[in-house]
Every structure is written in structure tokens, then in C-alpha cells.
Design a protein around this ligand. Structure first.
Ligand code: CA
Length: 493
């Protein structure tokens, strides 16, 4: 009898094991400062240039997210949020200068504890030893485009004569092919430095856009009249703040000739030329990322891994490509607040689908855990995107997002501190700090009527009730996320 019971139990166990779904691999492709306007799948003014055929392969075979936002639009804090699933005030990484506490909980540590092989190759912009990775190889700080140095558990390696985008891909493929434990599912982060300032592509990527004219944004000559102190007093101007040397490399022979062909004292002519140079380098850096994304997608297909691997491409924030006359990020205005996100999951995500729910970078960590069948810890602040991947957005999905930018005073770009709340249609922003008039200044936008955010309607009585509602929503979100009221501004309540 006992033997029969044991045999039955054994058969049952074998049956359960056989039916357990194979946990998916996760390949998380990422870049630095890649604006959604410069992803082919999003269309837009560069739609005819075939900017990113390989990133578009992910979108075509999966889902494009049209409303993916960040909680704090700047490099290192965004990455801290991605690893921890928490807004800046809880993970302690408010700005690029703060030290990141690697000892805190991070999604990759939990994945690893639960049987995943984990790797991080490329730019993470969080100094100190990485934790929770079976393999890590990262650029120190911002890293270099050329002759990059990479740090591993064992020490430093310099790749002479090579471009960081190529090295990152090659070493990631090497880990996937030769270094990981193939009996376990993997989560690999392949994070490029490109297209971060100061935009140094290789010659072969520059060829793609040789002699191309890049359409200008409608707001290239914005005079900021419709907005407040912060928009008028930033240092993000293509004309004034983008350097002629390091940034647009005006000393290159062909650029010298182009410069000689315009009236340098005409600010509009100079802005236009600098914008063309900026786009020529920036988009060529993206062509490099895209070519390398293609290599990784090809590797997955050739190795047979593609079928059970979720591929995701995103960037740490958005970026201004001349909109409002700017480069860089930081503001809660759409171009820098919003990030690209495309995800492919064969057999689950419907190819070519589009999602317009409000998602945020606090969601990534919990999504990765959910994909691995792991329940997220209570103190993570996002939501899993897995139901959205399946086309099953929960009826109680969030209707608003919280944002907070802290890096002022800072070394770069002079964007004043601000926090805000956005819904599908409206956005309320509160700039604050000692030099902001009266200590704080509010802006309010109706994105349906003014998608380019050219005119704050905060003082328009027509919006009185919407503004009052969003102020209440801001208070509610700060309470929900546990944001203290004392970050140098006036208390909100
Ligand atoms: Ca960045």
C-alpha cells in the first residue's frame, strides 16, 4: 500500500513538474537619453529617415507604450528607480551627485535569489560595486565613447580603439553564449552609454545620415512667453548653452565650411546650423545603438533563445531634440518626462499592439519580478506591467503620475526644482526654491489643446476646477508614495 502511495505521489510530482511553465528569459536593452521622438516606431518628424529599424522590430513583434514616463528625469536617479522600484525620496538617489546605497533591496538581487542568472553590461551610472549580478561589467560614471574602460568584480579593462556601443554588445553576447549557467533562466541588462552628450558616433553610423536635412521642431524658436520663471531661466539652449567645441564640433573641416556659409551673428541661422550638427551626431549614435540591438536580436534568433525571451527596449528619460530650443532633459514637459518603451514577448504580447495606459519607471522592477513569477516586496512602489502586456489592463489602473526633479542648485543646466502630477489630459507643475518668484510658481497644461505645452493656463478661470482637483491629487499621491513635504519648498498642505 505504502509503495503504491509513494508511486502515485511520484507520478503526481512528475506530472506537476512537466506542467510547470518554463520561466522566461529577460533581455533588457537600454540607452542613455534616447528620446521617443528618435525611435522610428513612434513616427514623428523623423518618420521618413528609418532611424531605428531594429528597435522597430521589437515594436512590430510586440507592444509600443505611448505613455511611459519617468519619476525624475535625470540619468542616475532614473537608474536607481529602475533597480529599486522606488521613487527618489525612498531610494536616496535624488540627483547625479548623491551616492547610491547598493546595499538596499533591488529587483536583480531578488531574481538571483530565485534562480535567475543575472548580468549587467554597460552604463549604470551608479558608482560603487554592483550587487545582485552573477556577472557585471560597467562603465565608471558617464564612461567614455571611445577607448572605454569597464569595471568588473576583478578590476578594470580598457578597450583601445573601440567604441563603447560595440564593446557592450560583444561582451553581452559573450556572456549569453559562454559565461552563464544555461540550466537557469537569465535576466541580462545591456545598457548603452549612447546617445548621451557629447554624441560621438563612429564614421560608419555617420554615413547613414550624410547629407540629410533634419526637420526642425515647430518650437525651435520658442520665446517662453507662455510659461514661468523656470522655462525662461534654464541653461539648455542650443543657441546659448550647446558648446561650439565639444558639443557640435564646429572645428571639423566640413563644419567650418558650413559655418562660413551662414551669418554667424544671426541667432536663428546659428541655431539652425547647430541643430543640424546636433542631430547629425545624436541620430548617428542612435544608429549605432540600433545596429547593435539588431545584433542581439539576431543572436537570440540564431541561438534558439528568442522564443522564450522577453526583449524590452527603453531609455532612462526623454530628451529635447530642439523642441523649445533645447537639448538635455530634467523638465516635466513631455519630451523629457516621457521615455520610449517597446516590449516583445513571443506568444503573449500581440505583435504590433499599442498601449496608452499611464506607466512609469517605478513599474519596471515589479514587472521583471512578475515575469519570473515572484511576488514583489510591499515597499516597491510600482505596478507590474504584465497584465498590460497581455492586453488586460486592470480596471483600477492608475489615472495619474507623480514627478519630482531635485537637482538644483546643480552643476548643469539650471533647471529649478519642481514636482507635479499628470493625468492623461492635464499636467500640474509646481516649481519651487529660493530664486523662484515668491518661492513657488505653478504651471498647468491642457495637453489635449496644447500638446507642445506652449501656454500655461494656471491662471485661466476656465480650468479652476481641474486645477483644484489636480492639487488634491498631488497631495494624495505625495501621501500615497510617502513624499516628505520639506524638500526646500513651502509645505503643500
Ligand atoms: Ca540619461
Amino acid at each position: 500500500m505504502l509503495i503504491r502511495i509513494l508511486a502515485l505521489l511520484f507520478a503526481l510530482q512528475a506530472c506537476l513538474m512537466a506542467e510547470e511553465p518554463k520561466r522566461p528569459n529577460i533581455l533588457w536593452l537600454f540607452s542613455d537619453d534616447h528620446a521617443f521622438q528618435a525611435v522610428g516606431a513612434y513616427g514623428g518628424r523623423f518618420g521618413d529617415l528609418d532611424l531605428t529599424p531594429n528597435i522597430d522590430r521589437i515594436a512590430d513583434g510586440g507592444m509600443r507604450f505611448d505613455r511611459c514616463y519617468v519619476g525624475n528625469s535625470i540619468c542616475a536617479p532614473a537608474r536607481a528607480t529602475l533597480l529599486t522600484g522606488k521613487h527618489s525620496h525612498l531610494n536616496g538617489k535624488f540627483d547625479n551627485k548623491d551616492t547610491f546605497n547598493h546595499d538596499q533591496q533591488q529587483f536583480q538581487k531578488i531574481l538571483r535569489q530565485n534562480g535567475y542568472q543575472t548580468a549587467m553590461v554597460g552604463k549604470i551610472h551608479l558608482s560603487g560595486k554592483m550587487q545582485g549580478f552573477d556577472y557585471w561589467e560597467v562603465l565608471p560614471g558617464q564612461g567614455r565613447y571611445w577607448n572605454p574602460v569597464f569595471i568588473t568584480e576583478q578590476g578594470e579593462t580598457t578597450y583601445k580603439g573601440e567604441h563603447s556601443t560595440d564593446v557592450i554588445t560583444r561582451n553581452a553576447v559573450d556572456w549569453l553564449e559562454n559565461k552563464r549557467d544555461k540550466d537557469k533562466p537569465f535576466m541580462a541588462m545591456v545598457h548603452y552609454k549612447a546617445p548621451h552628450r557629447n554624441w560621438q558616433p563612429t564614421k560608419r553610423w555617420k554615413e547613414k545620415f550624410k547629407d540629410k536635412f533634419f526637420p526642425e521642431p515647430e518650437t525651435l524658436f520658442d520665446d517662453y512667453e507662455g510659461r514661468g520663471f523656470a522655462a525662461k531661466n534654464q541653461e539648455m539652449s542650443i543657441l546659448k548653452d550647446m558648446t561650439m567645441g565639444g558639443d557640435v564640433k564646429a572645428g571639423q573641416p566640413e563644419r567650418k565650411a558650413e559655418l562660413a556659409g551662414i551669418d554667424k551673428d544671426d541667432p536663428k541661422a546659428l541655431t539652425r546650423l547647430k541643430y543640424q550638427w546636433y542631430m547629425r551626431d545624436y541620430l548617428a549614435c542612435i544608429a549605432g545603438v540600433d545596429e547593435n540591438v539588431g545584433k542581439l536580436l539576431d543572436y537570440l534568433e540564431e541561438s534558439g533563445l528568442a522564443e522564450n525571451t522577453i526583449v524590452m527596449y527603453s531609455s532612462d528619460q526623454g530628451f529635447y531634440l530642439g523642441e523649445h530650443g533645447w537639448f538635455d532633459k530634467r523638465f516635466m514637459y513631455e519630451e523629457s518626462y516621457r521615455a520610449p518603451l517597446v516590449v516583445k514577448w513571443p506568444g503573449v504580447i500581440e505583435p504590433g499592439s499599442v498601449n496608452d495606459d499611464l506607466v512609469q519607471n517605478i513599474d519596471f522592477a515589479e514587472t521583471f519580478l512578475d515575469l519570473a513569477g515572484i511576488e514583489a516586496p510591499d515597499d516597491m512602489q510600482g505596478e507590474s506591467l504584465v497584465p498590460l502586456f497581455k492586453g488586460e489592463t486592470p480596471t483600477d489602473w492608475r489615472k495619474s503620475l507623480y514627478y519630482h526633479y531635485y537637482e538644483f542648485p546643480g552643476f548643469w543646466h539650471a533647471v529649478r526644482r519642481h514636482e507635479g502630477v499628470s493625468t492623461a489630459r492635464y499636467k500640474l507643475i509646481r516649481f519651487y526654491g529660493a530664486d523662484v518668484p515668491d518661492g513657488e510658481e505653478w504651471e498647468f497644461y491642457d495637453l489635449e489643446k496644447d500638446p507642445q505645452e506652449m501656454r500655461s493656463v494656471y491662471k485661466d478661470p476656465q480650468y479652476e476646477s481641474e486645477i483644484a482637483e489636480l492639487k488634491q491629487e498631488l497631495i494624495r499621491l505625495k501621501d500615497y508614495y510617502g513624499v516628505p513635504d520639506d524638500f526646500g519648498g513651502k509645505p503643500l498642505k
